[in-house]
Design a protein around this ligand. Structure first.
Ligand code: NAP
Ligand code: ZN
Length: 364
């Protein structure tokens, strides 16, 4: 078992690539370092970030770009300094982060907050490795090459297609739920019921929150989210005076919405006194203006959260295995990536599309 010299992936060449213009082409991965592993990709989820990046929505992307950071596959090559972590044949996952500085003088890395590393954060795609100057390439591909420290072993109980979207979508909501006290005695609202949002409902339920309120624009996801464990549902485009009716009902809100015209003041109205609003969706424009009194008058806080550390990802996978947390995924053949990203952008995923390489490829 080994990896080829050239990998193949769905490459975006310009900002129109998110419109279904990816091309399956060969590319040269970063030079293999002894701290790296190569992974034969079996599954890769489609995250909203893939689309922001392909269309240069947050600033210029480095093209050609191969996106995909909800990766699961089998280890096929292990660098000599990576052998204490992984062995050939291990089933591992990689999320949105491929590397941090990992230095003892970095506050973030030395305190288990690698996802906030300000000195050496490299994204799994569209990130640049300082040593080689190569740009990272993601998981809409046959193989990926990544530093071993950011590849996490997948527990046997979790299927590959379920583990894949947890690597980014799952951890992005799991981490702020854990860090902001979600659990028994708490009422939690999840805004935006896409890939991240559906994980928010599943994890808030599994954590034992008293109430889990699914907050969507329309009513059409109500039955699904109740089946996931939501106890209540708010449809912001359809329910009259929803913010007034449900005001002061939530301890914690996780917002996965990335539309700059989101009704932010309305969401804040739902918070109880001392409530917290955590934004994880990442709009391509600024957030809506709010009145200072939306915060002052109830002693509320607004915050943000970025994915999670390798340890937190490991904890989440263990928690998911123990509690039987099962995402709602739709598997799509890797060859249909273009169709899938267009449909993802149209809001058709229920609730995460996961690209799957064919069995012959995925087999060892
Ligand atoms: P997604 O599956 O497309 O879900 C986004 C949801 O937002 C939609 O399902 C929709 O829910 C809601 N929405 C869309 N347009 C809206 C509008 N105009 N007003 C209000 N709500 C709207 O995307 P995703 O993969 O979950 O990603 C969501 C965001 O999180 C993206 O911006 C992504 O880049 C970001 N992200 C951040 C991190 C991080 O570390 N912070 C990590 C991963 C992803 P309803 O139909 O239910 O209203
Ligand atoms: Zn992501």
């Amino acid at each position: 078992m080994s990896s080829p010299e050239k990998f193949h992936g769905w490459l975006g060449h310009d900002a129109t690539s998110a419109q279904g213009n990816l091309r399956w082409e060969p590319f040269t991965p970063k030079p293999f370092a002894e701290t790296d592993i190569d992974i034969k990709v079996s599954h890769c989820g489609i995250c909203g970030t893939d689309i922001h990046t392909l269309r240069s929505g947050w600033g210029p992307t480095h093209y050609p770009a191969c996106v995909g950071h909800e990766i699961v596959g089998t280890v096929v090559r292990v660098g000599s300094s990576a052998s204490s972590r992984h062995r050939i044949g291990d089933r591992v996952g990689v999320g949105a982060q491929a590397l941090s500085c990992q230095r003892g003088d970095c506050d973030e890395c030395s305190n288990g907050m690698e996802s906030y590393c300000g000195k050496g954060f490299v994204g799994t795609y569209n990130g640049q490795y300082k040593d080689s100057g190569y740009w990272s390439m993601g998981g809409y591909a046959d193989y990926v090459r990544v530093p071993a420290a950011f590849a996490i072993k997948i527990p046997d109980q979790v299927k590959s297609e379920d583990a894949a979207p947890m690597m980014c979508g799952g951890i992005t909501v799991y981490a702020p739920l854990i860090h902001n006290g979600a659990g028994p005695g708490k009422t939690v609202g999840i805004v935006g019921l896409g890939g991240l949002g559906h994980f928010g409902v599943l994890f808030a339920k599994a954590l034992g929150c008293d109430k889990v309120v699914a907050i969507s624009r329309r009513r059409n996801k109500e039955d699904d989210t109740k089946a996931m464990g939501a106890t209540d549902y708010i449809a912001t485009s359809e329910d009259e005076k929803w913010d007034k009716k449900h005001s002061r009902t939530l301890d914690l809100i996780i917002s996965t919405v990335s539309a700059p015209d989101m009704p932010l003041s309305g969401y804040l109205r739902l918070l109880k006194t001392k409530g917290q609003f955590i934004q994880v969706g990442a709009p391509e424009d600024v957030l809506p203006a709010i009145s200072a009194f939306a915060l002052i008058a109830k002693g509320c806080k607004i915050g943000g959260s970025q994915v999670g550390s390798p340890k937190e990802i490991e904890d989440m996978l263990k928690f998911a295995a123990e509690k039987g947390v099962k995402p709602w995924v739709q598997k799509i053949p890797m060859k249909q990536a273009n169709k899938a990203i267009v449909e993802m952008e149209e809001g058709k995923a229920r609730y995460r599309f996961v690209l799957e390489n064919d069995e012959a490829h995925a087999r060892l």
